[in-house]
Design a protein. Structure first.
Length: 333
């Protein structure tokens, strides 16, 4: 029988760890590069659409302007330069954060968008808190009661809720709780009470998604071999659900929650308009209506950047939370 030398036995694990670490590093580098490429594509598309949408000279100058005035304004804006040169200048402005002043608000565009984005972020986070506080416990309960009348009834209600538009729910909430009951203010950002109705209407989509995802993940965990083994050892139902099933289900819930947050930030336009919430959604509507396309460009790029960064953080969270993903990334050479 062959004898393995003692000195050679421990050599494999360090090599595997080093290879796994290098694989994870390559995975992260690849995801960062992909995020940068997507961001450059977004900036390029915004540049192209801004040149196709309207001529800024027509917006800035009053009707009846002379050809000489148009020529001066065109030269000041740099629109007389070749398109490639304009694109490079646009990239430089994006990199330095120099976007000029808003023609509607007469203030620098970037600080205006960043200030409004804080209001949108507060609204999106409040909606996610509501969705998580209701959706995760409901999903766990439905997983425990899988196949029961409660589970079947909830399936019907969730199916109906998927067909309800957020703006329709917003109108109903305004009519019931603001107009009839006068429990909450309906317009603007006037403190904590004013965020309840817009956050509740915006929370509908992530609430339904979290209920379905949590129910599916917990039900799958309860049907796994380790759960059956724990039940055979006499582990109580509560301990099995909380310590084992829910613990193993939190990874997809957390990661999908990050993507939902990005969707809320980018999709809050209608909700902010209905409730006059001073976020980037309402700002973009005002800018489009008044031809302030510089603000529209910055809002679009800012929203895309937030979504891209959140998706990148979600990918990285998989590596931190799920050892299987780390092992898979480490095995890719």
């Amino acid at each position: 029988m062959a004898v393995i030398p003692i000195a050679e036995a421990p050599a494999a694990p360090p090599s595997r760890r080093g290879g796994a670490g290098a694989g994870v590093g390559r995975y992260l580098a690849r995801r960062v590069i992909q995020a940068i490429v997507v961001l450059i594509l977004v900036v390029t598309i915004v540049f192209g659409l801004s040149h196709m949408a309207a001529n800024p000279v027509d917006i800035l100058l009053p009707p009846g302007s002379t050809a000489a005035q148009r020529a001066v304004e065109t030269r000041l804006l740099g629109l007389n330069r070749p398109l490639a040169e304009q694109y490079l200048i646009f990239l430089r402005n994006v990199a330095t954060g120099h976007f000029g002043d808003s023609t509607l608000f007469h203030v620098p565009i970037l600080p205006l968008v960043l200030r409004r984005s804080l209001a949108t972020l507060r609204l999106a986070v409040a909606a996610m808190v509501i969705a998580a506080a209701l959706g995760v416990p409901a999903g766990v309960l439905l997983a425990v009661k899988a196949g029961s009348w409660l589970d079947r009834l909830a399936g019907v209600v969730i199916g109906l809720a998927q067909g309800v538009a957020s703006f329709w729910l917003a109108v109903i909430l305004v009519f019931v709780f603001a107009v009839r009951l006068r429990m909450f203010p309906v317009l603007g950002d006037a403190g904590l009470r004013s965020i309840v109705l817009p956050a509740a209407s915006l929370a509908l989509v992530p609430l339904v998604a979290l209920i379905r995802l949590t129910r599916s993940a917990v039900a799958e965990a309860l049907a796994a071999d380790y759960a059956r083994s724990a039940r055979s050892r006499g582990v109580s139902r509560r301990v099995l659900v909380v310590r084992h099933a829910l613990r193993n289900s939190v990874i997809p819930v957390l990661t999908y929650g990050g993507m939902l947050l990005g969707q809320l930030i980018s999709g809050a336009v209608i909700t902010e308009t209905i409730f006059s919430w001073p976020g980037i959604g309402q700002l973009s509507i005002f800018a489009i209506q008044n031809g302030d396309y510089g603000v529209v460009e910055v809002v679009t790029m800012f929203t895309a950047t937030v979504v891209i960064v959140l998706n990148l953080l979600v990918d990285m969270s998989y590596l931190l939370l799920d050892p299987r993903v780390r092992d898979s990334a480490g095995q890719r050479r």
